[in-house]
Design a protein around this ligand. Structure first.
Ligand code: SF4
Length: 352
């Protein structure tokens, strides 16, 4: 067993998102892989494992904890202008070759990530929540790695955060199970979900499945979570008009009020030969989103280069409500009640 695995296995406890099966096997329910794990074996994420018929899951540590603008997650309609204590652990249920956080997400899968061990800090849920309060954050968010695979530990942190009056969020690939979403529902206010593409074949290459992610977007909203969707637009991968139209149409069919962030890709990890996304491509994607009927479409990762696509507009009178440059909120006119101050139109989101 590697030193990295030994260390991570020491930071675990028996989880709850699983069922037991014959022969000492367990069936994990934290993500839609639904791994059936025999005693002594590990799931696809490599972070959850069967020890003597019980599923052990990550617990009691973070590999990163930063106080960031909530715009960086990105959320545009969730406490804009606020700071959020963002924490993450290690590992992922996907293996995207363009991952922007690959050093933390691909631990145990890629030896190049072994130095992520140096980032680990043991911490209690109460101390993390207290740190968020001391930092002036209004929310805590699980991000950087895939939060679903560490859901039991995230729930423990969210319980402590709720006692402090903080809001809670996931920044996730959306490869969830209904069981995990129902377990998270009492705590999770905001759920940022990646919609990476619209073909199942491409999703399978990344380690997931399209329909599951589409279902998560719908169910998370039905469960009352505030959902924003992000598509990292990668030239040659998901930037065809056909793909973009399909994504936008699907989101609009769930709700016109889902903010859709089309963000620029920069060559990363194993996809270094791909070209970076230009502003014209983002503008084309955003126009498709608007034509599909989405009320709130944002272009991200190219601050100052996408015209008014960083701003929030009233869908009724079209007044500019929030002006942004990158992660900076320059002005915010949405009323604390969540309405346009000019025409009274309700603006979907969490505003106070
Ligand atoms: S979180 Fe997903 S990948 Fe990991 S063990 Fe559970 S079902 Fe498998």
């Amino acid at each position: 067993m590697s030193t990295v695995q030994e260390k991570l296995d020491s930071l675990t406890k028996a989880g709850s998102l699983y069922s037991t099966e014959s022969g000492g096997a367990v069936r994990c329910q934290a993500c839609a892989h639904r791994c059936r794990i025999q005693p002594g074996k590990r799931g696809v994420c490599l972070m959850r494992f069967n020890r003597d018929g019980q599923l052990y899951v990550p617990w009691g540590y973070v590999a990163a904890a930063n106080v960031d603008p909530i715009e960086k997650k990105p959320f545009a309609h969730f406490l804009p202008g606020s700071d959020v204590l963002t924490f993450g652990m290690l590992g992922c249920n996907f293996h995207c070759d363009f991952c922007q956080n690959w050093v933390s997400s691909q631990t145990l899968r890629d030896p190049a990530c072994d130095n992520s061990l140096a980032y680990i800090q043991q911490v209690s849920a109460r101390d993390l929540a207290a740190y968020a309060v001391r930092s002036g954050a209004k929310a805590v968010a699980s991000s950087y790695n895939e939060p679903l695979i560490t859901s039991e530990w995230a729930i423990e942190i969210f319980k402590a955060a709720k006692k402090e009056g903080l809001r809670c969020a996931y920044v996730s690939n959306g490869f969830a199970t209904p069981e995990a979403l129902h377990a998270l529902q009492p705590y999770l206010d905001g759920y940022k979900i990646d919609l990476k593409c619209m073909t199942d074949a491409a999703y399978r290459e990344l380690g997931g499945s399209l329909q599951i992610v589409l279902d998560t977007i719908r169910l998370a909203r039905e469960l009352g979570m505030w959902v924003e969707v992000v598509t990292l637009v990668i030239p040659g991968f998901n930037d065809s008009n056909e793909d973009l139209w399909e994504m936008a149409r699907y989101l609009a069919s769930v709700s016109n009020d889902i903010p859709w962030h089309v963000t620029a890709f920069h060559p990363m990890y194993k996809r270094l030969e791909a070209t970076a996304t230009d502003s014209e491509t983002l503008q084309r994607a955003a126009e498709i989103g608007q034509e599909a009927g989405l009320h709130y479409v944002y272009a991200g990762n190219l601050p100052g280069r996408v015209g008014s696509l960083e701003d929030t507009h009233c869908p009724k009178c079209h007044a500019v409500l929030i002006r942004r440059t990158g992660y900076l909120v320059r002005s915010n006119r949405v009323t604390p009640q969540g309405t346009c101050p000019d025409c009274g139109q309700p603006i979907a989101g969490i505003w106070s």
